[in-house]
Design a protein around this ligand. Structure first.
Ligand SMILES: NC(=O)c1ccc[n+]([C@@H]2O[C@H](COP(=O)([O-])OP(=O)(O)OC[C@H]3O[C@@H](n4cnc5c(N)ncnc54)[C@H](OP(=O)(O)O)[C@@H]3O)[C@@H](O)[C@H]2O)c1
Length: 299
């Protein structure tokens, strides 16, 4: 068995799958947890059940835990705040306490939605002010981590894209469904500003942080990571179309703010702290999205 063990929650999800491959391909003994999609080597653990989490930590004795599992869809959270509180907040509080008690280190994944988007770019020390219930739940989760395990790492990231099982899996790749269907006019938000970020880069940052932390316990607290390109969803969709030589004439920019759960206008995360530590990699959106979408391009 490898000497470094990492436990990853949410390992069946968009980011978790990449975390699992990034760690296991780079010398770590990685165990991934999942729930409804616990197939293959993934271990089925309902993180809402403290006993199941305690059991897996007791048996695997991870040196490092990356907590990625969460309900991350703002419109789902608006409709079921109570279930989100249990999954995003109570489970995170339990995980952080259990990891501390067992003597491991923890990296908790959070979001740019803890900010209101009025004063970008945001440093890790800036005051959060979430606008929607998802952002509030993730801020409460962060606070529970800080309370239960003050030397844990919290990494905030913005809208993610990466290798998907279906286009619906990410708020970025789902746009490609409308891009492909040139027969239908499609309205796309051209208001809120986003920084689409490749999960491969986030997983790389997490591994680098974990490796630093193994030899330097002063690595703790809140960090930010962000992709390099500033784009609205409309601009992402046009970039997808032009990258694959497809028409974008049917895509219609919508200049109005989001009508569903309120979203921050521009919650750009300043990632200079990590860059100054020599951590990170910023894949340009056009390069990352070609890799991710190439199998979904109509023949
Ligand atoms: N996606 C984004 O654009 C984005 C942006 C900023 C921050 N984030 C944060 O990044 C992290 C990862 O997001 P993601 O997009 O990878 O999420 P995702 O694809 O929706 O995956 C969610 C994961 O949580 C697991 N999960 C859900 N309920 C569970 C339960 N009761 N017990 C155990 N596991 C459970 C799911 O397992 P099963 O599928 O097996 O049930 C899945 O692996 C989250 O913390 C999210 O808040 C995401």
């Amino acid at each position: 068995m490898s000497s470094k063990r990492v436990l990853i929650t949410g390992a069946s999800g968009l980011l978790g799958r990449k975390l699992l491959s990034e760690f296991s391909e780079n010398g770590w003994d990685a165990l991934g947890l999942a729930f409804t999609r616990a197939t293959g080597k993934l271990r089925k653990v309902d993180i809402r059940d403290e006993k199941q989490v305690d059991d897996v930590i007791t048996k695997f004795q991870p040196h490092f835990v990356v907590h990625s599992a969460a309900e991350r869809r703002p419109d789902v959270v608006e409709k079921d705040e109570a279930a989100t509180e249990i999954l995003n907040v109570t489970s995170t509080a339990n995980i952080s306490r259990l990891v501390r008690e067992h003597g491991g280190s923890l990296l908790h994944i959070s979001t740019d939605y803890v900010f209101d988007g009025t004063k970008p770019p945001y440093k890790p020390s800036d005051e959060p002010n979430p606008l929607n219930k998802y952002g509030k739940s993730k801020l409460a989760a962060e606070q529970s981590v800080t309370r239960n395990f003050p030397s844990a790492i919290i990494l905030r990231v913005p809208i993610l894209y990466g290798d998907v099982e279906s286009l619906d899996e990410s708020a970025v790749t789902v746009l490609f469904k409308s891009v492909r269907d040139v027969s239908k006019e499609a309205k796309m938000s051209d208001y809120e500003v986003r920084y689409p970020t490749d999960v491969a880069d986030v997983a790389f940052v997490c591994r680098q942080l974990a490796e630093r932390r193994m030899s330097d316990s002063s690595i703790k607290g809140v960090f930010h990571w962000s992709g390099p390109d500033c784009m609205t969803k409309y601009q992402m969709a046009v970039a997808m179309a032009t990258t694959f030589g497809m028409s974008s004439g049917h895509l219609v920019p919508d200049k109005e703010p989001s009508k569903s759960a309120p979203r921050p206008y521009n919650s750009h995360l300043d990632s200079s702290d990590l860059q100054e530590m020599g951590i990170g990699r910023k894949t340009p959106f056009r390069d990352g999205i070609v890799r991710v979408l190439k199998d979904f391009v109509p023949k």
